[in-house]
Ligand binder design. Sequence first.
Ligand SMILES: Nc1ncnc2c1ncn2[C@@H]1O[C@H](COP(=O)(O)OP(=O)(O)OP(=O)(O)O)[C@@H](O)[C@H]1O
Ligand SMILES: [Mg+2]
Length: 394
Amino acid sequence: MIEYIQLHNWKSFADAKLFIEPLTFIIGTNASGKSNILDALYFLSCLSQGDTVDECARKIRGGQEWITRLGEESFSLEIKVHQEQTNIDYYYEIEVIRENEKFVVKNESLQRNGKVAKNYLFQTIPAKEQMLLPVTTYTGKKGNRRRWDLYKEKSILSQFALQKIQKDVSEGVTFVQEKLKQIFFLDPMPQHMRDYSSLSKTLKEDASNIAGVIAALDVQEKESVLKRLTEFVRPLPERDIQKVWTETVGMFAKDAMLYCLEEWTSEKEITLDARGMSDGTLRFIAIVAALLTIPKGTLLMIEEVDNGLHPSRAKELIKALSILGEECGLDVLCTTHNPVLIDNLSGEMIQNISFVKRDLITGCSTVSLLEDKENLARLMAAGTVGDMMINNQI
Ligand SMILES: Nc1ncnc2c1ncn2[C@@H]1O[C@H](COP(=O)(O)OP(=O)(O)OP(=O)(O)O)[C@@H](O)[C@H]1O
Ligand SMILES: [Mg+2]
């Protein structure tokens, strides 16, 4: 899994590092830089799809004008990725520069288990004003290096993923590339979830096709997903939701709709399709269903995760994120402004809160772990972390 991301001259960050745990919360006031961090992960995931650096830059919130820190022409991003089976740590870094109004790769490297030169798997050689970027691959053994000339327009990682290269370089490239492809930004849009959706294996970012994704599962898997989904969604309204399910429609059963059964009194049950469900219910269903259906190993990012949710249901959300996140082998990275949500986190989870703020002298965003905060013990003796958020003490 991705263990950290380091940002250098990216948007509002001069130099900062975010540690990513199985469940991580990012807090901070408006415009502190929370979404800018998620944008960086999104940018890396875009590159891994094989898009050009410039295309990826355009896809970022605010467009390519705003991806480098004001006054800078280049930025770099570094991630550490741990491979459990082999116990190998990979360090991947990419530096991007604006050249003739387009963003291209300036430097890129992949290292293994440490940060000394002999552990480079590949490394670019600085080159000016050329279409191609020289790259050296190493197998770790002296003399066994190879020189390549690759395009600056795309990440070297994505180009190597298509090349026949030395075995250990290829293993590292494939693994890191796969981890980047597995970054998923979920932004549930209740209004998009109310329609019929096509059967599909891939969830869309706005969760508009959640019914189609569940309906496309094989019978057994669908049954277990719907059972788990119902369990977690049940306590959301004042009276329980008895059941959540999907049904296909049409002669070819190619589209599906989401349904739930609400029980308001012992005599009064309502079967609702997604068109009649509340916004909060749909958002919650989207989050739980995403946790249950996206591939194992995914880094799931959710902005303002508790949006539309009643404060008394914060603990249900945390339960879903932590239990299902672990059960389904995902890492979950969320932003929130909600002190109630933060106050429902267990002591152990509080260690995974990072706070983002602007440095009062430089104006740059900084990221710190809450547990490293000076005076934390004193502040927590006087109130909760939620109180600290409300009183702007973080
Ligand atoms: N290229 C850049 N250089 C310097 N600062 C930038 C750049 N791009 C954006 N910013 C700063 O980042 C801020 C926006 O940050 P971001 O969107 O991450 O905020 P946020 O913490 O998610 O806030 P909210 O809680 O309101 O969503 C802007 O107000 C601006 O000050
Ligand atoms: Mg934001």
